[in-house]
Design a protein around this ligand. Structure first.
Ligand code: UDX
Length: 432
């Protein structure tokens, strides 16, 4: 099938590559000329394991092309995926729908009658129903098909999703979309067909649940900190209950990134508009618990610096919001680094992939070219993003360069006994 993918960020670029992998002819569209030029040469403007290989394979074969022209896309295909971002609106909790509205406006100016438009962006409930009126007026049909990919696993999650969700009012449009996903459906992937509102809600409900699970265990970490209990053992024990499960119970610095924080805030903002804010008012607690973990990390770092950051040097290992990503949107690690720098310490940051992005957005922090260099002369070492290479750091190597053997594990991954045995003062969130 021929199809276009409008918006080529994390979601769109991965979707375009995955659709080409399924055997389709795909045209990716973006307003950013530089991004289009890079993608057209088979390169990816961000770090996502497996994606450069996927894109270059299909760019080379000719199955995947990129353009800045929406008109080229509507002349090329009658199936269009809208994958643009919906960031948090500045000064508000609500989602900024500018990119979605712009994408639909320009697409609907040129779309051919009978075409199918598929919305994949995460939008406030009610958006698809309103957009469907304009789509129908242009002679096309809308399907809402939310995406659940995780950064770091984007290719895998797109080609082998847990489920496909399609919200629609038109059977023919649904059939077209099922044809596009035929190999994924043939592999036995569950398909849930819904109305527009349910499809939109599935996405924010799933992210709210995941955020709640993380903040739940982080709330338990707060209790553990005042009682001397160990939240990692607690998580292991409750995770053995099938009904609870062990995933997303990793206590620590909490969630960040371009999805969970802004999605739960946008959900609260939309619920307020709908007059049902009480139903999701608990999400405010989820957000607050999450942000308190960052404050707690700063407090523990201060304790390690004997109560004052003035004249101290602090090493921050990690800048990305999670490992295997260079995404620093709402990064807990950089939030903590900023706060400690504001407190008066010299903060030296190292991340295997996110240095470029971090330097652009946080230019006043100091950056090192390795973990060891960041730790040089440090009074405290903070492990804030759980990259594999940080897990493999050897206490003796770090001990040779730091000023004080203080380490804080913000991600509950390091082995406390190994560090303590090597003479380090080891602290972790939610652990004695
Ligand atoms: C998330 C959802 O998982 C995905 O389905 C949705 O489409 C987009 O949002 P992503 O933001 O890529 O994906 O990251 P995810 O792996 O979910 O992690 C989110 C954050 O939670 C990270 O900062 C991570 O470090 C943190 N986290 C995750 C925890 O603190 N503890 C956990 O147990 C799990």
């Amino acid at each position: 099938m021929k199809m276009s993918v409008i918006g080529t960020g994390y979601l769109g670029a991965t979707h375009a590559g995955a659709m080409a992998e399924l055997g389709h002819e795909v045209l990716g569209v973006d307003v950013d000329e530089n991004k289009v030029a890079l993608l057209a040469s088979g390169q990816v403007p961000f770090f996502e394991p497996g994606l450069p290989e996927l894109l270059s394979k299909h760019v080379t074969s000719g199955a995947l092309r990129f353009t800045t022209s929406v008109q080229e896309a509507t002349a090329f295909a009658d199936l269009h995926f809208v994958c643009v971002g919906t960031p948090q609106r500045s000064g508000s909790n609500a989602a900024d729908l500018t990119y979605v509205n712009d994408a639909f406006r320009s697409l609907l100016q040129h779309v051919r009658p009978g075409a199918v438009v598929v919305g994949k962006s995460t939008v406030p409930v009610g958006t698809a129903g309103a957009l469907a009126v304009d789509v129908r007026a242009a002679g096309a049909q809308l399907v809402w098909n939310p995406e659940f990919l995780r950064e770091g696993f984007a290719v895998e999650d797109t080609l082998r999703p847990d489920r496909l969700v399609m919200g629609a009012e038109d059977d023919a449009a649904l059939t077209t979309l099922q044809q596009a996903y035929a190999p994924i459906l043939a592999a036995g992937t569950p398909l849930v067909i819904t109305d527009f509102a349910t499809a939109e809600l599935v996405k924010v409900a799933a992210n709210s649940f995941l955020a709640t699970k993380i903040s739940f265990i982080n709330a338990m970490a707060e209790i553990c900190e005042t009682t001397g209990a160990d939240v990692t053992q607690l998580a292991t024990a409750i995770g053995h209950d099938d009904r609870i499960g062990p995933k997303f119970l990793r206590a620590g610095l909490g969630f960040g990134g371009g999805c969970l924080p802004k999605d739960i805030r946008a959900f609260m903002a939309r619920a307020e508009e709908l007059g049902v804010d009480q139903a999701v008012s608990f999400l405010k607690n989820i957000d607050d618990i999450n942000l308190r973990r960052r404050a707690r990390t700063v407090d523990l770092a201060l304790e390690m610096c004997a109560g004052s950051f003035a004249g101290r040097r602090v090493a921050v290992l990690g800048a990305a919001f999670k490992p295997d990503s260079d995404d620093i949107r709402d990064s807990p690690a950089l939030d903590v680094a900023d706060a400690i720098q504001r407190g008066g310490a010299a903060v030296h940051v190292y991340d295997p992939q996110a240095m470029g992005n971090a330097k652009n957005v946080h230019p006043t922090l100091a950056y090192s070219s390795s973990a060891l260099e960041a730790c040089d002369g440090a009074d405290a070492v903070l492990h804030l993003t759980e990259w594999r290479e940080f897990r493999e750091l050897r206490p003796a190597d770090l001990a040779a360069v730091v000023r004080q053997r203080n380490i804080l594990d913000g991600r509950s991954i390091l082995d406390a006994a190994t560090w303590r045995d090597a003479g380090w003062q080891f602290r972790a969130l939610g652990r004695p």
